[in-house]
Design a binder for this molecule. Structure first.
Ligand SMILES: NC(=O)c1ccc[n+]([C@@H]2O[C@H](COP(=O)([O-])OP(=O)(O)OC[C@H]3O[C@@H](n4cnc5c(N)ncnc54)[C@H](OP(=O)(O)O)[C@@H]3O)[C@@H](O)[C@H]2O)c1
Length: 235
């Protein structure tokens, strides 16, 4: 039996990933920073739930205790993420971004991911086949944002793509440090969720595809990669 924790799984890509992994036979913990939203989502899915705010040490420590008491962890999906938006739905470009906006974005997308991964390492190390999936973005790619004509090139925001580039770096360094684990960064693609005011062009079913696939890699599967549904992406 494979036990999987997905952060930010009360809605969006995390919720759909939970649905698919339960169908594939995983025991899934829906991580949610709001206990009630998590409980309701887990009830709809037939999942377990655990309160987990990735920005909060005490919340993460309590989640580790709960998951350990439940039997341990094999797969961690670091999915929780935020993207700051203006009232008109636009993102904050280079002339508008502030240190505070960068800090807030990194607090969830980068420091939160590291906090959760670090806290669950002891449980993952006890698994016979530990897997970590870091939900990155196509906007993390320095090649993408500097290649005229690519979808990422036109995106003017600073904090969100910088945070996801950091996620890619964290992924690579963790993968090198823990060769017994499969640790990969994935790009779901532009998906209609609350993150982007539902402007994404893909469904959550399409977006969750690569998250679900990389959550199921075996001990001989890839590690240290950055992939979307069609294969490896340029860094
Ligand atoms: N949608 C896209 O086009 C797209 C493309 C590439 C990558 N991604 C990435 O995919 C991931 C999922 O995003 P989504 O599109 O599904 O967005 P979403 O529907 O807004 O879901 C984001 C999830 O993260 C949770 N979250 C935010 N801050 C948190 C915190 N401090 N602690 C715990 N959970 C927290 C949210 O919880 P609440 O409900 O409590 O806010 C929600 O469950 C993110 O990492 C995002 O960057 C999305």
């Amino acid at each position: 039996m494979t036990t999987t924790l997905i952060t930010g799984a009360n809605k969006g890509l995390g919720f759909e990933t939970a649905r698919r992994l339960i169908a594939a036979g995983h025991t899934v913990y829906v991580g949610s920073r709001d206990a009630e939203r998590g409980r309701l989502a887990a009830e709809r899915l037939g999942a377990r739930h655990v309160r987990l705010d990735v920005t909060d040490d005490a919340s993460v420590a309590a989640a580790v205790t709960a998951v350990e008491a439940g039997g341990g962890l094999d797969v961690l999906v670091n999915n929780a993420g935020i993207e700051a938006r203006k009232d008109d739905g636009g993102v904050f470009g280079a002339a508008e971004v502030t240190a505070d906006l960068m800090r807030t974005t990194f607090e969830t997308n980068v420091f939160g991911l590291v906090r959760v991964t670090h806290a669950f390492l002891p449980l993952l190390r006890r698994s016979p086949s530990p897997v970590v999936v870091n939900v990155s973005s196509g906007l993390a790619s320095l090649t993408g944002v500097t290649t005229e004509g690519s979808p990422a090139y036109a995106y003017p925001g600073v904090a969100y793509p910088a945070s996801k580039s950091a996620v890619n770096m964290v992924t690579v360094q963790f993968a090198k440090a823990f060769p017994g684990m499969r640790i990969n960064a994935v790009e779901p693609g532009f998906t209609a969720t609350d993150l982007n005011g539902r402007t994404g062009t893909q469904t959550v079913e399409e977006g969750a595809e690569i998250i679900v696939r990389m959550a199921q890699v075996g001990p001989d599967g890839p590690t240290g990669g950055y992939v979307d549904a069609s294969g490896p992406l340029p860094w």
